[in-house]
Design a protein around this ligand. Structure first.
Ligand code: 13P
Length: 249
């Protein structure tokens, strides 16, 4: 992996409380070191912590993002939802969309397409997640599924530098199973080519799914990956920092 702008996205999912905010102190310290000037750290906490994390990191090289948003960017009668405009106005720069855990709750490619449009209209950068299930992988459907997710979710969207793709195989999330070496390199290459061919745009691809302190040294050898989307290990500051350090050696 080249050292050019490596992304480390911490997806805290539905974890964390006000005490978790202090865990950023050590990460802030790390970002002050010249050695790590090419890394981009993005924290995506639950909505309840967005405001605090924006305040905590505003003078440092760390960005904050939401984990989802509603497809309507305007205010409205949508109980339990949050709009891309609200996330943006808090001072966030990113939003994760298309995560398999949201797809499991009912987000279709059609809905994700509308959410991505809303986020981009609100001037948020999008971390767009795609990934195949275990069954789809077994049936050799990986690329069919990934292509469909890309084409349907990005329909009528002009891709600029405001969108990253996070390739997160569903079978890898929270399981300890990871795609390595040439297998991962091939998928990432194919995804970059698919996007280049269809949208004439070079896109950054992150890998997500059970990234941890033990497998990061192998994962970083896959030199076409632009960074990582990290769930469980990102909530433990020692592990998160260890992952960043090992990726940057
Ligand atoms: P884990 O790192 O816990 O497998 O989660 C990955 C993920 O879903 C990040 O979005």
């Amino acid at each position: 992996m080249t050292n050019n702008n490596i992304y480390f996205v911490a997806n805290w999912k539905m974890f964390g409380d006000v005490k978790s905010v202090n865990s950023l102190n050590r990460v802030i310290k790390l970002t002050k070191s010249k050695k790590y000037k090419n890394i981009k750290i993005i924290y995506c906490p639950p909505y309840t912590l967005l405001d605090r994390l924006v305040g905590k990191t505003k003078n440092y090289n760390i960005d904050i993002g939401g984990q989802d948003c509603h497809f309507d960017m305007n205010s409205g009668a949508f109980t339990g939802s949050i709009s891309s405009t609200q996330i943006k106005k808090l001072g966030c720069k990113f939003v994760i969309l298309g995560h398999s855990e949201k797809r499991n709750e009912g987000d279709t490619n059609f809905i994700i397409n509308k959410k991505i449009k809303s986020a981009l209209n609100s001037k948020l950068n999008v971390i767009f997640c795609i990934g195949e299930t275990k069954q789809e992988k077994k049936r050799n459907k990986t690329f069919e599924v990934l292509k469909k997710q890309i084409f349907e979710c990005l329909k009528n969207i002009k891709i600029k530098n405001n969108l990253l793709i996070a390739y997160e195989p569903v079978w890898s999330i929270g399981t300890g199973n990871v795609l390595y070496h040439d297998d991962l390199r091939i998928v990432v290459n194919k995804l970059k080519n698919i996007v280049k061919k269809k949208y004439n745009k070079h896109i950054k691809i992150l890998y997500g799914g059970s990234v941890n302190t033990k497998n990061i040294s192998e994962l970083k050898k896959v030199n076409n990956i632009d960074g990582f989307l990290i769930g469980n290990a990102s909530r433990n500051v020692n592990k998160f920092i260890d992952i960043i350090k090992k990726s940057s050696n």
